[in-house]
Design a binder for this molecule. Structure first.
Ligand code: AMP
Length: 406
C-alpha cells in the first residue's frame, strides 16, 4: 500500500513537486525553475516550514530532483505520481511501464512541450527511485467519456481516424476533483448535471453528468475555448490564413501570438494577471476593463453552450486562482446568465474567504458553489488506487500460482 506520494509536475525548464504524507493535510512543496541555466534554483518550504532558496547553476531535471529530495531525507515517498498533460486515448491513470511511456511519447505531437518534459521527469525519477511504483495521471483522461458528437470536429474523417484530430480536453484532474467534492457538498455525490469553471492562468469549463465529463471547452490543445491569461481561446480559424496572406506571418509566429501574447494580456496590453487588471480597471484603465468584460462574457457563453450536454442542470462550481478568489469576476459572469435561473447571493459571494469552499446562490434556481481545487491531492488519490489495484493483482497471481502448484 502506498502511504506517502511524491507528486511531480514537470515542465520544460521547471519542476513542481509536492510530497503528500499519509495525513492528507501535511504537504511539503517545492519548485525548481530555470533548469539548465546559470540561474537554476529550488524554492520551497522545509518540513519545519522554513523557506528554502537553493542556487543550483546549470542543474538538469535529475539533479534538481536529487537536491530537492535530499531535503526530505526523513520523508521518503512510497510511490510517485506524474501529472501528464496528454494521454492520447488513455482513459485512466496508469502504472508507468514501457508501454505507457510509448503512449506518452506517441502523444508528443499533440502536446510537444508538455509531454516531452514529462518524459524527462519520468526518466529522472526512475533513475532516482528504481524500486518505487510510478503512476502517470493524465489531464485528458477524465474527458474520455465525452460522446463523439462533443469530441469530433467537422473536418474530413481521416484527420480523426489517421491523425487523432479530435477534441481531448484538459484540466481533467481539477474538473474531476471539483465536481466530486462539490456534488458531495451539495448532497448528491456524483449525481446530476453540473458545470465547472476552472479559472486560472489557463481556464476551461466542463459539463459533468453523473460524475462523467460530457463536454469541455478545451480541444485538440489547451488553446481552444475561454479567454485565458495569455491564450486567445476561440478565434475564427481563418485568422491564420488572414495573417499569413496580409502580414506574411508563418505558422510558428501565429502559434506564439495565440498562445503567449493574447488573452487578457493581448486585450489589455498590460498584464495576464487578473488582479493587476482589476486594480487597473478600478483606476480607470479602459483596456483592462474591456479585457475583464470579454473574459466574463466568453465564460458565460461557454457555460451556456456546455449546458446543452446536460439533461438537467443542478448547478455550477467555480475554482482556480480567479474562480476561488474573485467575487467580482463571479458576479460579473453570473450577470450574463439570469435566464438559466441562476440567482447569486451577493453577500455570500462577497463574504467567501480565500481558499474556502461555500455555497453562494440565493436558494432558488441552480446552485452556485466555490470549491477550491486540489490537483495534487487528486493525483495522490489516483496513485493510491492504481498502486493498490496493482498490489491486489500481484497477490491474486501469487495465490493462483500457489493453488496451481498445490
Ligand atoms: P492559477 O493559475 O490557478 O494559480 O490562477 C492565477 C490567476 O488567479 C491570476 O490571474 C491571478 O491574478 C488570479 N487571482 C488570484 N487571486 C485573485 C484575486 N483575489 N482576485 C482576482 N484574481 C485573482
Amino acid at each position: 500500500m502506498s502511504k506517502s506520494v511524491l507528486v511531480i509536475n514537470c515542465g520544460s525548464s521547471s519542476i513542481k513537486f509536492a510530497l503528500l504524507l499519509e495525513q492528507q493535510d501535511f504537504r511539503i512543496h517545492g519548485l525548481a525553475e530555470n533548469l539548465g541555466t546559470a540561474d537554476a534554483r529550488i524554492k520551497g518550504v522545509t518540513v519545519g516550514n522554513e523557506p528554502v532558496d537553493i542556487h543550483i547553476p546549470f542543474a538538469d531535471h535529475k539533479k534538481a530532483l536529487e537536491v530537492g529530495l535530499e531535503r526530505l531525507a526523513n520523508y521518503k515517498p512510497d510511490a510517485i505520481g506524474h501529472r501528464v498533460v496528454h494521454g492520447g486515448s488513455l482513459t485512466k491513470a496508469e502504472l508507468i511501464n514501457d508501454d505507457i511511456i510509448e503512449h506518452i511519447r506517441a502523444a508528443i505531437p499533440l502536446a510537444p512541450l508538455h509531454n516531452h518534459a514529462h518524459l524527462i521527469g519520468i526518466e529522472a525519477t526512475q533513475r532516482l527511485f528504481p524500486d518505487l511504483p510510478q503512476v502517470a495521471v493524465f489531464d485528458t483522461a477524465f474527458h474520455q467519456t465525452m460522446p463523439a458528437h462533443a469530441y469530433r470536429y467537422a473536418v474530413p474523417k481521416f484527420l480523426y481516424t489517421e491523425h487523432g484530430v479530435r477534441r481531448y480536453g484538459f484540466h481533467g484532474t481539477s474538473h474531476a476533483y471539483v465536481s466530486e467534492r462539490g456534488s458531495a457538498l451539495a448532497g448528491s455525490f456524483k449525481q446530476g448535471g453540473w458545470l465547472t469553471a476552472h479559472l486560472g492562468n489557463g481556464s476551461s469549463t466542463c459539463a459533468i453528468w453523473n460524475g462523467q465529463s460530457v463536454d469541455t471547452s478545451m480541444g485538440l490543445t489547451p488553446l481552444e475555448g475561454l479567454v485565458m491569461g495569455t491564450r486567445s481561446g476561440d478565434v475564427d480559424p481563418s485568422l491564420h490564413s488572414f495573417l499569413a496572406k496580409n502580414l506574411g506571418w508563418d505558422i510558428y509566429k501565429i502559434d506564439k501570438m495565440l498562445n503567449s501574447q493574447s488573452g487578457l494580456l493581448g486585450l489589455s496590453d498590460l498584464s495576464n494577471d487578473m488582479r493587476t487588471l482589476i486594480d487597473a480597471s478600478e483606476k480607470g484603465n479602459e483596456d483592462a476593463t474591456l479585457a475583464i468584460e470579454v473574459f466574463c462574457y466568453r465564460l458565460a457563453k461557454s457555460l451556456a453552450a456546455l449546458s446543452c450536454g446536460l439533461p438537467e442542470l443542478n448547478g455550477l462550481f467555480f475554482t482556480g486562482g480567479i474562480g476561488e478568489n474573485s467575487a467580482y469576476i463571479r458576479e460579473k459572469t453570473m450577470s450574463y446568465l439570469p435566464h438559466f435561473g441562476f440567482n447569486l447571493n451577493k453577500d455570500a459571494n462577497n463574504a467567501l474567504k480565500r481558499g474556502t469552499e461555500g455555497r453562494i446562490d440565493a436558494g432558488t434556481g441552480p446552485q452556485i458553489w466555490v470549491v477550491p481545487t486540489d490537483e495534487e491531492g487528486r493525483i495522490a488519490q489516483e496513485v493510491h488506487h492504481v498502486v493498490d489495484a496493482h498490489v491486489g493483482q500481484q497477490l491474486l497471481k501469487k495465490s493462483e500460482l500457489k493453488t496451481e502448484l498445490a
